[in-house]
Ligand binder design. Structure first.
Ligand SMILES: [Mg+2]
Length: 296
């Protein structure tokens, strides 16, 4: 059996969509590469800008389509990165010896709401607001005037007008807007839009509203910081971490900022011509993850 370049690395981080799966189909070699890493004692994890599902739902979904080797590896979603964003705000408040209450409205699917809800239960100053702002009673009226308001916009499986109305209410009440991810395409769409990404919602809102927003999933530094908390002893030599992704502005950019080695797969969002336009060096460009496995 010939060697695989994977042997050079102390750990491997995978993007999910376009790398290990496209829609409900596994990419060739997806489960085999995870198995190979497990046999060779190279730790791995999945880091995705997907936010529509809770971690548990996503893992079950992946196992059901045949990615059984994701059973024991960490999965980090854009929903997790939003929680880590608030955790960092909390931590900074603690350092400044300040107590602040944060009020959060969420536009997204149930998985994102569940993820944020679980997190908010662990912090008494993080308040997830489920009802619409216009529906608040007198008792809750102070939420409208609260100083630290955030609107989290995630990916929608289906366009729903009430979600757009919710955005208007929160933004006009002065909420800071956080997107779960900056992606504008996902690989199963092939040019059409099967799902509504946060950027699409921003596009609609910007017709009538002027506001700033921040994207929190890859390549935000919060993701790098939290990736570093996994496998701490394995990532001291940054170039011995390999990030395998299909998107330049998220995956390759995150790896670039973090100093990790980069592998671009052409099975998802990016083709060879687009890869040439990328300003930084990409260490490996392969057709799909199968090419990273040793030849039998
Ligand atoms: Mg991808």
């Amino acid at each position: 059996m010939s060697h695989s370049i994977l042997q050079k690395f102390n750990c491997v981080f995978f993007d999910l969509d376009g790398v290990l799966r496209i829609g409900k189909q596994l990419v060739p070699g997806a489960n085999e590469i995870l198995k190979y890493l497990k046999i060779n004692n190279i730790p791995y994890l999945i880091c995705t800008n997907e936010c529509r599902y809770s971690n548990k739902e996503l893992r079950n979904e992946l196992i059901s389509i045949g990615l059984t080797e994701c059973n024991s590896c960490p999965i980090y979603t854009a929903g997790n990165s939003i929680c880590d964003y608030f955790e960092k705000l909390n931590y900074n408040d603690m350092l400044d010896e300040k107590h602040k209450d944060y009020y959060i409205g969420v536009v997204g699917e149930n998985g994102l709401k569940d993820t944020l809800n679980q997190y908010s239960k662990t912090r008494d100053n993080i308040h997830l607001i489920n009802q619409s702002l216009s529906g608040l009673n007198k008792f809750n009226e102070d939420i409208k005037t609260a100083k630290h308001k955030y609107l989290v916009i995630g990916t929608l499986t289906k366009f729903r007008i009430e979600e757009i109305e919710k955005c208007y209410q929160w933004i006009t009440a002065g909420a800071k807007v956080l997107l779960t991810c900056p992606d504008s395409a996902e690989p199963s769409s092939r040019g059409d839009f099967d799902i509504i990404l946060p950027k699409h919602i921003i596009h609609i809102l910007k017709y009538n509203l002027n506001f700033e927003y921040e994207s929190i999933g890859k390549p935000h530094i919060i993701v790098e910081e939290n990736m570093n908390s996994y496998y701490q002893n394995k990532i001291k030599e940054k170039n011995k971490v390999l990030f395998i992704g299909d998107t330049l502005i998220t995956d390759m950019e995150l790896a670039n900022k973090a100093g990790w080695s980069k592998c671009l797969v052409l099975s998802g969002n990016t083709n060879k011509e687009m890869a040439k336009s990328y300003l930084h060096k990409i260490d490996y460009i392969v057709k799909n993850v199968k090419e990273l496995l040793p030849n039998e």
